[in-house]
Write a protein that binds this ligand. Structure first.
Ligand SMILES: [Zn+2]
Length: 108
């Protein structure tokens, strides 16, 4: 049994995920801070394309290939870190609990 750290009651505790999925659309619009972290702009085509063009240029021994490969690599790594952060935030969101009495969100 979980106890809310704010109101110190246990009778209104539910999973945030369940609370969120039961909310009507206007309820969701009124409480965007309760929403699951979105999978925002993780577009892999850009860095992968740059890396591919860089490799092609390297094969043809153009110096621009190094720039392409380095740029694509850095871009890819930063995107991967961002994706990992989003995955962590989403995993945390799935574990979070919601107190219906005081609307406090907390981790068990
Ligand atoms: Zn509470």
């Amino acid at each position: 049994m979980h106890i809310c750290p704010v109101c110190e009651r246990s009778d209104g505790i539910t999973r945030l995920r369940a609370h969120w999925s039961a909310l009507p659309p206007q309820g969701r619009a009124a409480a965007p801070h309760l929403a699951r972290p979105s999978l925002d702009d993780e577009r892999w085509a850009g860095p992968v394309g740059l890396l591919t063009v860089g490799c092609a240029l390297l094969v043809s021994e153009a110096w621009l290939g190094y720039v392409g490969v380095a740029g694509g690599g850095v871009w890819l790594v930063s995107l991967r870190d961002k994706a990992a952060q989003t995955a962590r935030r989403r995993a945390e969101w799935r574990r979070k609990l919601f107190c219906r009495r005081c609307e406090h969100v907390f981790l068990p």
